[in-house]
Design a protein around this ligand. Sequence first.
Ligand SMILES: Nc1nc2c(ncn2[C@@H]2O[C@H](COP(=O)(O)OP(=O)(O)OP(=O)(O)O)[C@@H](O)[C@H]2O)c(=O)[nH]1
Length: 403
Amino acid sequence: MDTVQWIILIAIVALAGLGGTIGLVAGRGRKEPPLPPGGAGTTTLERPGDDAEVLDAPPTAEKSAEKTATTAPTVEVEPQPEPEPELLVPTLDRPEAPRSRLVRLRERLARSNALGRGLLELLSRDKLDADTWDEIEETLLLADLGVDPTTELVDRLRERVSVLGVRDTEQVRELLREELKKIIDPGEGLDRSLAIDHEPGRPAVVMVVGVNGTGKTTTVGKLARVLVAEDKDVVLGAADTFRAAAADQLQTWGDRIGVPTIRSDRDGADPASVGFDAVKYGIEAEADVVIIDTAGRLQNKVGLMDELGKVKRVVEKHGPVNEVLLVLDATTGQNGMQQAKVFSEVVNITGIVLTKLDGTAKGGIVVAVQRSLGVPVKLIGLGEGPDDLAPFDPDAFVDALLA
Ligand SMILES: Nc1nc2c(ncn2[C@@H]2O[C@H](COP(=O)(O)OP(=O)(O)OP(=O)(O)O)[C@@H](O)[C@H]2O)c(=O)[nH]1
């Protein structure tokens, strides 16, 4: 071989050696990709074992770039998925079932109501003379029982106590229980259940009316919770467009239990149209009950009262309103009675909600308002808690008064 031939031979051997080295380096950096779960056609890079702790969390952009640079220089890396946004599932309140709340509320009523205790004390005196009977009468009047019911109750008790010669505290308590029961639940077929049965395709409509501050919006919210606890689908209508924050307040109640609130974006919008839309929505959503909150307004503002009548008429274009609940604050006494009369002239009240019976000895208003309107008390509010509303049960009420 001459020199040129030697040079060519050496060059061929050198090139062959270099090629083998390059092939080893590239092969070390490549791994067979694992099949993705489910065997779909995409391939992913295997994650090294020492990165195991980050398997659950998607790698950060920085980390994945680092990995790309050090472990897979020649592999085309699929873009790493964006971290999944944390799914914020709103936690809804689970309203208390009506049965258990009754027990709790009864205890509260018994604690806060001095009427029964006062009467029992007077009736248990050794001598039931004229002065004592006057005191009994006064106690009942102060409890807002009203003049006629008070006279009736005192006359009946007086007669029975003297005829039966009852002196024993337990017997007196029993007589008082019977007489109070008669006067609170006169047995004239007062239906205290809420009229929320409905035909298929049309929800029952409940309108809630009353003067500002009686607890109207709160009652709508609490009532929605009672109904949700009974597995009803409820829609709220914020037809109190008079007070700016009322719709927000109502929506907060609805949001807590996953109940939609139909409202206007505009303050001072036509409440009748909000009421109409709420029922329309309720029909489309196949809801069971639509509860409409209305503006609390002063009873002497004739224009505003007319507006309330209009809300009812417009809502009734969808069909009859099943229930019109008047909310009265039990602590306002005779003023509450005046309000009741004015409202009943504008809309046909079908039931009364007495709020704030906690902390007042004026439970007698139950009797007064039922008599004056001929409408039953259907619900009572016994506190500011979300589940402090219960169906009115005359037996439980009298028991609580005398507890
Ligand atoms: N103690 C007690 N407070 C109650 C009860 N019901 C309502 N309230 C309180 O009464 C206040 C007025 O309640 P709202 O529901 O805002 O009254 P409203 O009638 O809707 O008033 P407007 O929205 O201004 O028309 C709130 O502080 C309620 O928490 C109850 O049964 N007991």
